[in-house]
Design a protein around this ligand. Sequence first.
Ligand SMILES: Nc1nc2c(c(=O)[nH]1)N[C@H]1C(S)=C(S)[C@@H](COP(=O)(O)OP(=O)(O)OC[C@H]3O[C@@H](n4cnc5c(=O)[nH]c(N)nc54)[C@H](O)[C@@H]3O)O[C@H]1N2
Ligand SMILES: Nc1nc2c(c(=O)[nH]1)N[C@H]1C(S)=C(S)[C@@H](COP(=O)(O)OP(=O)(O)OC[C@H]3O[C@@H](n4cnc5c(=O)[nH]c(N)nc54)[C@H](O)[C@@H]3O)O[C@H]1N2
Ligand SMILES: [Mo]
Length: 798
Amino acid sequence: MSYLGPCPRGERVTRVTTSEEQEKREPRVGPEPQGEPHFEPYHHPAAAWGAAKSVTGFLVREGAYTDGPRAILKMNHENGGFDCPGCAWPDDTKGLHLDICENGIKHVTWEMTRKRVGREFFAAHSVSELSEWSDFALEDQGRLTEPMVYDPESDHYVPIGWKDAFELAGRALRELDSPHQASFYTSGRLGNEATFLYQLLARELGTNNLPDCSNMCHEASGRALQASLGTGKGTADLKDWETTDALFIMGVNAASNAPRMLTALAEAYHRGAQIVHVNPLVEAAATRTIVPHDFMDMALFKSTRTSTLNLQPRIGGDMALLRGMAKAVLEQSGTDPKALDQEFIDRHTAGFEEYRELCEATPWEEIEQQCGLGRADILKAARVYRDADRSIVSWCLGVSQHEHGVDTVREIVNLLLLRGNLGREGAGPSPVRGHSNVQGNRTCGIDHRPTQEFLDRLAEVCCIDPPREHGLDTVGTIEAMHRGEVKVFFGMGGNFALAAPDTPYTYAALRNCDLTVQVSTKLNRSHLVHGRQALILPCLGRTEKDHQTHGIQSTSVEDSMSMVHLSVGMKRPASPHLLSEPAILSGIARAALPGSDTPWEWYIEDYDRIRDTMAQVLDGFEDFNRRVRLPLGFRIKQPARELVFRTPSGRAEFSAAPLPDVIPAPGTLALGTMRSHDQWNTTIYSDNDRYRGIKNLRTLVFMNADDMRERGISEFDPVDITSTAKDGSKRHLNGYLAIPYDMPRGCAAGYMPEMNVLLSIRDYSTQSDQPLMKHLKVTVEPATRNGSRQRASRSSNT
Ligand SMILES: Nc1nc2c(c(=O)[nH]1)N[C@H]1C(S)=C(S)[C@@H](COP(=O)(O)OP(=O)(O)OC[C@H]3O[C@@H](n4cnc5c(=O)[nH]c(N)nc54)[C@H](O)[C@@H]3O)O[C@H]1N2
Ligand SMILES: Nc1nc2c(c(=O)[nH]1)N[C@H]1C(S)=C(S)[C@@H](COP(=O)(O)OP(=O)(O)OC[C@H]3O[C@@H](n4cnc5c(=O)[nH]c(N)nc54)[C@H](O)[C@@H]3O)O[C@H]1N2
Ligand SMILES: [Mo]
């Protein structure tokens, strides 16, 4: 094995151990450091003035100090305005006038920047040159302004008219031997109307190759809820959050990634509800908050607790904790019949006896070892659950991105069923979705495994003959591109190259395509890692006015809690040459399917027409155009919420899966990849992570202090991280800095997307096909050759 040499901080060094040893150096993801790396544990409440300060700096940097605040006042409004393109947390049901958060503001401002990337920019910089730039620098150039096509002779992107761009894409699709040689990726920003047209295009063409970011995100949650309850979504809504007695918040960094949840947590605490956080790290949302739109609290620095109990299981230990809680409740039911809701179990569930026997047969010692918590802690959580009349369990990627993600979500449902926490106010499962419309994408047909009923309706209403076989998901698409079986890749938003696992493998896969098409708002890595032919098609953002023949159009989105509402942009588009996403899809569809009977152009004149068709195809969208215009939109009916279960037994089904072994082998650590506070997936705003006390550093690994000591590693020491994949192949990141952090032994954490180089494409869950982004098997050692200890600072008072 050859050594890669010293690694300046921030450079990613990847070595993929394949038959032919490859070496690869990647540019940094984050910005040039603004100072020395610094670490000081954070002790302040979440949100509050730190957030206000951070927002102000950001508005100034993006030149949006006048447009920004004006736009923010139009965000998430019950009548008109646009939906925050940030996370999928629902809008306040009381029509709150400032239903916003720090990261939502940053996200909107990022889209509204005054910076532009025009033809002059591409003329000045070749693709090879841009490939050396950091991901931060690429996006920081601003909004894309006109369609561009890759010119291999000059290695530059050059302008192309929309008509020619559509024809180029259309011809490539027309000339494929099989429609399955194309794959259509969606990032969860796409509005419902464009989503519907996108899946129609793919299916009319003849393929279900519709990978999406859910395949890396909540696929496990969807599959588990579908199997247990017959509906792939959570059943609790914001009203339930407002009335529940106990909230269990698992595997989510809410203060950074769903910050408007802080309001719900603070309100729950005031009400006297119990709030249990389950996370190997005690994140900021598990401490205190100052709710940003509560001006009096802001002015008086008055914070509210947002937790009553924090439990820190080992990475992957959630299922064992849940099993322990269920076991405790079942044991208690021997003397206290009210511990169980036997009537609910008898009337509405199947498989209870088998589950009870499994819980009895699972020894406490195994439960304690697997979750990494003592019995007393498990019993504390069980008592909170037993004492609450109504409970909600909420979760995100800390639960879903694991080998046994489906089993764990099903165990959440098992626990809820024991006490009838379903189909009534204040209770139920409540996954926190990621992208603002990722749930709507699935509802509106982005699914590589569509149901036959959905395809039947689509065939009937849209007069097409959709393919019946399953298509490719994200991992499947990457592998098929690698093998040369997928030749045309469409990216409808997102940054596939960087978001997907096994960075060099994914790059090679994209480069193996005949054509890559990226519909985007900003320049990113996926434009530079491209096929033999490549198009960049710039589109309107959600904040911008979408003018069509019948006037300004709005699009609809669905939040985490199944509320569908309209979003209408209010800003002048960043460039007169931008098209809306539906218009781009219509143009490509017409070129790809010249004889199509679908009225592609007619749909674009007025999106109400798309909605009328959707109303006929999609369950729960009846009378779509009227209902979506109601003040808060409408909620898609959830059969499970009404205790109607579309499962084989017609009941809610207990699962009885054995506990997985999640204990790291001696000498190894389980590493979870996650976001910093100042990033939005692959979009990096700065290299700070305020709530975790980090400044000027992304190339780090958080570790337990004893694990560091055992390896002779001190704070800020450079280390080499080696991952071992299921197939034994090894991947490396060298010269990362170790940071001691309050987390269980055997666990480590670091940032995505940098750490995707450590994850083999073949390491995905056999239950959900999701890449194992929260459970990499790694060793961490002092850096071998990089002797120069980087200068770094840490506050001495901690
Ligand atoms: N500002 C901002 N908001 C976002 C995003 C963003 O990048 N920036 N991304 C959006 C998207 S697409 C998504 S999917 C969501 C993601 O939202 P999160 O799920 O919060 O995303 P991560 O940053 O991956 O954080 C994972 C959390 O799980 C914890 N964790 C890791 N392993 C385990 C485990 O085994 N068990 C438990 N219980 N916890 C564990 C980590 O400590 C961390 O708190 O956020 C959405 N919102
Ligand atoms: N290791 C590791 N990897 C992960 C994860 C993890 O936790 N760990 N999380 C995974 C998850 S949960 C997700 S969701 C994926 C995210 O994967 P993606 O959704 O593919 O990535 P994003 O970073 O959200 O995409 C950013 C790009 O979207 C484009 N964009 C922004 N707004 C718009 C718009 O309105 N329209 C269009 N057409 N384009 C727009 C911009 O060009 C921007 O550069 O990453 C996954 N990757
Ligand atoms: Mo996500």
